[in-house]
Design a protein around this ligand. Structure first.
Ligand code: BGC
Length: 722
């Protein structure tokens, strides 16, 4: 439809019809409650007469249900305005890919784009129109359970992966019925709650918000995401959905975002709980004034927008602008031409969990696994006769991770199934041994596990956190391996040192004690449906681990929040002083400052040697470029992939600068004994920071540029910015 047609449609709408476009409810409202008025409708304080006007739906089962709801709606809706169907398609739909934090560690945006495109295809077949993804909430605190949904601790990597997701989900044209729209969330800074506790307060300076936290949201909007979700948290005292500075000045004003803003679940009514709105009416007023177009799952808009407009507190223009934004999105998705967007049961059957999708899920799991330690037990020999697969994840199907709403665990491959398929000649002894739940210290399964370990040529010890320990509402105050898993690890490794630990989980854990005893550790995160096959190919060396950490792993929970781009402080300690307590220095009495495994870290079966880092000039001008060339040699007889990372440091500036900051990366494949050079172009804009007046600037002076990974910068050169 043209802009004129949409405005004409708007002009025909009654006030109730307009408000309907600004409401979103769960499917059960449309499927269960129409018959009687004693169900969820009244719980919400909703009048049944509003139901036919509701403009969008959250979550549904499949194409059949979506079609039925849409059809019933269109029959009742005078103006035949289709509903929008939205869902959290976070790391796959029916085919489940690794969790976003894992995918981020692949350092491969093309792979992330492909996974998002496949997820879009499956979701679109069921009738999803908008996914609440990407989540680009920068987070440096592993206690926060939602770190699994994001891109990790680095602003650049988070932005690159967020943009890759937007591109994968949306393609070039939202009318393409294999694509769906992306919603960037949770605006803003939801990933920095105090003490890592979900939904809690975020206090950050405007300077830091602009420099570190905002860029990823903005990059996703500039990549074309037509929707933004306002977050649950207070930001400097004011909940996001009622935060005028955040929503009006920054998002709509400075960034010119003219798409749809949706609240998070219930967040408009929660303004009352926060204690910043007197009642639901006040909450509706504040959220509408802050440009929140759609209220998700609470009913402040439905109950009060009309009254607020009649009283002149809100204007008809405000309501019309919000409705028009929603209609425009429906139009961009082609819903006025085809309200089902081609969704059908047949299409679902044809695309979901197809061999091509499973193959991509396997590749993604392989590329995002991180080899944390290897004293030589990996890769396993092809000739192993007996393999003991021990631990709570040995035969567990809990490999999909939180936010795999439509993923069926029974379609997944367990570690022992993957190994059995890869090693048909070998005997696989499986022993779960203990639970992975906090507080469960039952060791009655140890005996069988230790017997299996004793009788095996190799042990694959599968440990970690269950999937519901991360994701929404799953913050932790400790970061240890839950239950009796550490004790199990010590005993198993004592009886059979040919043990490789395979870890699962949604957040960095504090693995100091495990690291001290384990001969090898391969981190799989939550790898998705093809997890078991991916583990087998990595352990056997068919695939060479190439993932790097997108988030630092602390030595102990007390170091959190923790990130590699720390400031120097006036009283730093040297890396060599990590384990010494020095008085009047910026350190701890009882722990070092550095993480156990830093951002950007990850081993390979190949041996990569960084041979040189050269600059084509020593001076960079504001409109010029500087080329940094890094040469890497694969000093091994194995094919491998390496993520070449480029860091910079601004040595003197008006604001203290981080000791290292990622400014570019490239993942390269190297054949045995191959040498490759990677060139990066450095521009002035990559050296900018936000100054004390909150302006994005660069300052002339000396800079360092380095390669390696956080805290292990292997080669460094200097240049100056003029
Ligand atoms: C979460 C969002 C999610 C929404 C809809 C909320 O509780 O915070 O991330 O998109 O629910 O499921």
């Amino acid at each position: 439809m043209s802009d004129v047609d949409l405005r004409h449609l708007l002009s025909q709408m009654t006030f109730e019809e307009k408000i309907g476009q600004l409401m979103q409810y769960n499917t059960h409202l449309f499927t269960d409650s129409t018959a009687e008025i004693t169900g969820p409708l009244t719980d919400l304080g909703l009048d049944e007469a509003m139901l036919p006007f509701v403009g969008s739906v959250l979550n549904f089962e499949d194409a059949a249900q979506m079609r039925a709801i849409q059809q019933a709606h269109l029959q009742q809706d005078r103006l035949k305005i289709p509903m929008l169907f939205m869902m959290d398609v976070i790391h796959g739909y029916r085919t489940v890919f690794p969790i976003p934090l894992a995918l981020s560690g692949s350092f491969d945006p093309e792979l992330v784009r492909d996974c998002s495109a496949m997820a879009a295809k499956e979701a679109a077949a069921s009738g999803v129109h908008v996914t609440f993804t990407p989540m680009v909430d920068l987070s440096r605190d592993a206690r926060w359970g939602r770190v699994m949904e994001g891109g990790g601790e680095d602003p650049l990597l988070t932005a690159v992966m967020g943009v890759a997701q937007v591109q994968g989900f949306q393609g070039d044209d939202l009318r393409d019925t294999d694509r769906i729209a992306a919603c960037v969330k949770h605006f803003a800074a939801y990933g920095a709650p105090e003490a890592g506790r979900d939904y809690y307060a975020v206090e950050l300076s405007e300077r830091l918000l602009r420099e570190r936290y905002f860029p990823a949201y903005r990059a996703c909007i500039e990549a074309g995401a037509p929707m933004v979700m306002a977050s649950f948290n207070t930001l400097n005292g004011i909940p996001a959905v009622a935060n005028e500075w955040l929503m009006n000045d920054i998002l709509r004003g400075e960034w010119g975002f003219d798409g749809v803003v949706i609240s998070d679940y219930d967040a408009v009514e929660e303004l009352c709980v926060h204690g910043v709105a007197a009642d639901k009416k006040d909450a509706a007023k504040q959220a509408m004034r802050c440009g929140c177009d759609i209220e998700m799952c609470s009913a402040a808009y439905a109950s009060h927008l009309k009254e607020l407009t009649q009283e002149g507190v809100l204007t008809t223009e405000q309501i019309d602008a919000a409705v028009l934004r929603v209609l425009m999105l429906k139009d961009r998705l082609g819903l006025f031409e085809d309200p089902y967007r081609g969704a059908s049961t047949q299409k679902e059957q044809a695309v979901c969990l197809s061999p091509a999708h499973r193959a991509l899920a396997r590749k993604a799991a392989q590329e995002s696994a991180v080899l944390l330690k290897n004293n030589g037990v990996l890769p396993l020999s092809e000739d192993v006769q007996t393999v003991a697969v021990i631990g709570p994840f040995a035969d567990s199907r809990d490999l999909l991770g939180a936010w795999s709403l439509r993923g069926d665990t029974s379609e997944g491959v367990t570690v022992s199934e993957g190994l059995a398929a890869r090693l048909p000649h070998a005997r696989i002894l499986t022993a779960p041994a203990c639970s992975n739940l906090c507080g469960n210290t039952d060791q009655s399964g140890f005996e069988a596990a230790l017997t299996a370990a004793e009788n095996a040529d190799a042990v694959v010890l599968c440990l970690g956190e269950p999937s519901d320990y991360s994701g929404e509402g799953s913050s932790r105050a400790t970061l240890d391996l839950p239950g009796a898993q550490l004790t199990l690890a010590r005993e198993v490794i004592r009886v059979n040192p040919r043990t490789a630990v395979v870890l699962f989980g949604g957040r960095p854990l504090a693995l100091t004690e495990l690291d001290a005893v384990a001969p090898a550790i391969l981190h799989m995160w939550f790898p998705g449906h093809e997890g078991g096959n991916a583990v087998a190919s990595l352990l056997l060396g068919d695939e060479n681990p190439s993932g790097k950490l997108a988030m630092s792993f602390p030595k102990t929970v007390g170091q959190c929040p923790l990130s590699y781009d720390r400031l120097m402080s006036g009283r730093p300690i040297q890396a060599s002083q990590e384990d010494t307590f020095l008085k009047f220095r910026s350190n701890y009495i009882d722990s070092g400052n550095l993480p156990l495994y830093p951002f950007g870290y990850g081993l390979s079966y190949s041996r990569f040697e960084y041979e040189s880092l050269t600059l084509d000039r020593r001076t960079l001008t504001a409109d010029g470029t500087l080329t940094v060339t890094v040469t890497v040699f694969n000093n091994s007889d194995r094919h491998g992939k390496e993520v070449v990372q480029l860091y910079m440091r601004d040595l003197v500036a008006s604001v203290a600068r981080p000791v290292q900051q990622l400014i570019a990366f490239d993942k390269i494949a190297l054949a045995p004994f191959e040498r490759k050079s990677v060139s990066f172009t450095v521009r002035e804009e990559m050296l900018r920071f936000v100054d004390a007046r909150n302006h994005l600037v660069s300052e002339a002076g000396e800079f360092e540029v380095s390669t390696g990974y956080a805290d292990h910068l292997l080669l460094t050169e200097r240049f100056s910015l003029q």
